[in-house]
Design a protein around this ligand. Structure first.
Ligand code: DC
Length: 213
């Protein structure tokens, strides 16, 4: 069973994907970590993020054991990941890893930007998780404030908007809701309510595909 969860930055899709994976006994892959790791490794080698060939080499050499590095979750690497993610050469290198992960038993929950559209178009259930930019910025601001009391919500909102713009408007595999994905707007939902709504939508999708029960 493969469940595809896509959505913009700070929509809550990562937290939901982890919980959905536990609920159904599936493995979980956060594909944002792949792009963040490529950005990290490109920068560590003194490379230019806008160079497709240098970033593609970092993608080809990516060590999956480093994907759990907590240092990947910084705002700076999120922005940098969004820059390397524009290169078709980088995306092409990362496709195989993602599809192999999806196919391995017992199945997986995969979250990202293009899972339902490009990586796993035949997923058993697809969710597109979103929230208003203001709400996403507010959630991210509350998280970041724990570590940096000087952070400003306006600046977080500006980052979210620029990342949305880059991810939605790139030429290859842009962030877009797959035609057959269920929309889950978490703007007014706390995490437990969002989780229950996600499970209902996934079960409904699996029921339509004749897999429920
Ligand atoms: O989900 P995240 O914030 O960790 O993702 C970081 C960036 O990586 C995101 O802004 C765009 C890119 N990305 C992508 O292009 N495709 C994916 N499937 C996942 C992430």
């Amino acid at each position: 069973m493969i469940i595809a969860i896509d959505g913009p930055a700070a929509s809550g899709k990562g937290t939901l994907a982890r919980r959905v994976a536990v609920h159904f006994g599936l493995r979980h892959l956060d594909t944002g970590a792949l792009y963040r790791a490529v950005a990290r490794d490109t920068l560590a080698q003194g490379g230019d993020l806008t160079s497709a060939s240098i970033a593609a080499i970092a993608a080809a050499r990516l060590d999956a054991a480093t994907l759990r590095d907590p240092g990947l979750r910084t705002t700076g690497l999120g922005e940098a990941a969004s820059v390397v993610a524009r290169h078709p050469e980088v995306r092409a290198v990362l496709i195989e890893y993602q599809r192999n992960f999806a196919r391995a038993d017992p199945g997986a929950v995969i979250d990202g930007r293009d899972i339902g559209t490009v990586i796993c178009p035949d997923a058993d259930a697809k969710l597109f998780v979103t929230a208003t930019p203001e709400e996403r910025a507010h959630r991210r601001f509350l998280e970041l404030k724990e570590r940096d009391s000087g952070i400003e919500e306006e600046a977080v909102l500006a980052d979210i908007r620029s990342r949305d713009d880059r991810d939605r408007n790139r030429a290859v595999a842009p962030l877009v809701q797959a035609e057959d994905a269920a929309l889950l707007d978490t703007t007014n939902l706390a995490i437990d309510a969002a989780f229950r709504a996600a499970i209902d939508l996934i079960e409904a999708a699996m029921g339509r595909a004749g897999r429920a029960g």
